[in-house]
Structures are given as C-alpha cells and as structure tokens.
Design a protein around this ligand. Structure first.
Ligand code: TXA
Ligand code: MG
Length: 306
C-alpha cells in the first residue's frame, strides 16, 4: 500500500512500521520511542535479535545527545552526511532502546540523503531502519521489491528506485583509527582525502565476534544457487554487456565501465533470477579491483554462500 509522506509521519507517530526510501536501499522504519514497533521489525524480517539496527537521524547535530564524539567525526559528517555512511559510536546515556542495539554498548548512526526520508525524519525524529527485505534475501531497491517480501498491503513511502543500490558503508573508531566494518556504497578510497589514510576493512573472522554482527549472517542471497566461476552445466550467466557468453543465456549486470550502474541494479538482478524461475546461475567475477567494485564483489560472494 503506497502511502503519502503525511501518512508515513502519522503511522510512525502511532507506533507503526513503515517502509521508507533511502538513497542506498529501502528501510523498514520505526520510531526509537516505540519498543514494540522495533520488536515487530525483527519479527517481520525474521531477523535474529543479536543483529542490531541503524538509527537514522535528520541531521548531524542530532547525534550529540546519544554518543561519544570521536576524532574526525565532524569532518566525516561534513564530507559524507547526508549520505551512504553509517558510523558506530559508543552510546552515552541509555536513550536508544537496548533491543535496537541488540544489547551492545554502541549504536550505529546514519543521516540519509533521500529527500522524502529527510522530511520524514524532521517530523518524526530518529528512526531505526534495517534494510526492507526478509532476513538473508537481497535488499529492496524499489517499492516492488518491498511488496515482494512484505505483501501489497504493507505501507510503503514510494521514493522511486534507490540511487546507490547498495547499503551504506559502516565504520567505527578503534585503536586510534577508523575502520570499515561493512563495505558499502561509499568506497574505502573516498575516506583518504578526509582521514589522510585508507581505513582498513575488518571483516568477520572465524570464531571471533565480528565488529559488525550482521557480517555473521548469510545475506543478499537469491533462492537460486550462485556459482562464482562459469560452470559448463549451468545455462545462465550474470555477466557484462561487453562480453559474449554464448551459447549460455546472459542476464546483464551492466557495463564494466559503469560500476555505479552495476551497483544500482545488483539486487534487482539477484531478485530477477528467482522471478524468472532459474535455480542456478554462474557469475562473471572477472571485473576490476578497487572502488565500488570491491563492495559488489563482497555482496556476490556473500550471496553465493550455501
Ligand atoms: O544503507 C543502509 O545502511 C540501510 C538503509 C535502510 O539505511 N540499512 C541497512 O540496515 O543496511 P541493516 O539492518 O540491513 O544493516 C545494518 C548493519 C547490520 O549488519 C548490523 O549488524 C550493523 O549494521 N550494526 C548495527 N548496529 C551496530 C553496532 N552498534 N555495531 C556494529 N554493527 C552494527
Ligand atoms: Mg540488511
């Protein structure tokens, strides 16, 4: 059910869950003031309660009342907010409900850039919003994707197709430096001009508790099995328009010269494999290293896990 901005404000103020557009992916939003609505988000998504949610704020200044301010924070916010960056900080007072934080002492914050959601946040105040997909599935980058996962009656604020198409990059400050704990729409190289160094990516190591709990779970996956090498026995290839995979059928990820386009379409393509009834697909992983390609590669690798 597509709803207006005013209806979205009204629903959220009444403690309901609403799907909202952001420049990265759609989110399932609830006010931080309604713990029951936050609980409902976990149930709707089938999300483990050990996986915390991102708190979305209308503007940077709203952060002061919730957390400890680390070095370079103002510079990072000036450079990348509003935008596809999430920053994990040590929470000060207990103002963000524990259920949203999955019991952690830290909170993840983001100031999104989508104009509708910016207006919404100004009216409602902080909103928790995980990606609007069933847990484990590809995220939603259009209203149709939200409807596929939650049904046509679920209230959605229609903001069109998400511009970035991949989730925000998540960083945290640890041992005197900023580290990337989830690759995302903002590539690592972008930080160099602000921080003066390339923030290292700290992924989930076997046996360790990862800095980003979400990295523990299977994610972004279609129902079809994905092979990261082209298989003789599999008739479908996710490939690039510059290349020919005949006699196999190709579903195009886009152009090797336009990684932003590939990023924007990625989840729609992963969903399309299932929509078209394929049970298996090979992926052409022979694409450049660096920049947003690294996030695309990570998403495809995670999507192929059994
Ligand atoms: O682009 C995005 O970030 C989207 C849009 C809707 O804003 N949201 C999103 O939320 O991707 P979600 O819930 O699908 O992913 C949030 C990730 C999870 O992997 C979670 O573990 C991590 O953020 N996270 C949340 N709070 C954290 C914390 N305090 N410390 C470390 N990681 C945290
Ligand atoms: Mg997600």
């Amino acid at each position: 059910m597509r709803i207006s901005l005013n209806e979205a404000v009204e629903f959220i103020k009444k403690g309901k869950v609403v799907a909202i557009p952001t420049e990265t992916v759609y989110g399932l939003a609830a006010s931080i003031q309604f713990e029951e609505a936050i609980e409902e988000i976990f149930l709707l998504k089938g999300r483990p309660n050990t996986n915390p949610l991102i708190v979305h704020l209308p503007y940077f200044q709203a952060l002061n009342e919730y957390c400890i301010i680390e070095p370079h924070l103002q510079k990072l916010a000036d450079a990348f907010w509003p935008g596809p960056l999430t920053i994990v900080l040590e929470a000060t007072l207990n103002k963000i409900p524990s259920i949203a934080r999955a019991g952690l002492s830290t909170v993840a914050f983001r100031v999104p850039a989508h104009p509708l959601t910016k207006q919404l946040l100004c009216e409602t105040g902080p909103l928790v919003a995980p990606s609007a997909n069933l847990s484990g599935r590809p995220s939603s980058t259009s209203v149709e994707h939200v409807e596929q996962d939650f049904g046509n009656h679920f209230p959605v604020l229609d903001g069109g197709i998400c511009q970035e198409g991949l989730e925000s990059t998540i960083i945290t400050y640890q041992e005197g430096q900023w580290k990337i704990i989830r690759k995302g729409a903002l590539s690592a190289e972008e930080f160099v001009k602000i921080l003066g160094y390339l923030p290292p990516f700290v992924g989930a190591k076997k046996g360790d508790t990862p800095l980003c709990p979400g990295q523990m779970f299977r994610h972004y996956a279609p129902k079809a099995k994905l092979h990261l090498q082209i298989q003789d026995s599999v008739p479908l290839v996710l490939g690039f328009i510059e290349r020919d995979y005949l006699p196999k059928k190709q579903i195009s990820l886009g152009s090797l010269s336009q990684p932003l386009g590939v990023a924007q379409n990625l989840y729609a393509i992963l969903r399309k494999i299932d929509e078209e009834g394929y049970t298996e697909a090979s992926v052409d992983m022979n694409f450049p290293i660096g920049g947003i390609w690294d996030t695309i590669r990570e998403r495809l690798e995670r999507a192929s896990l059994p």
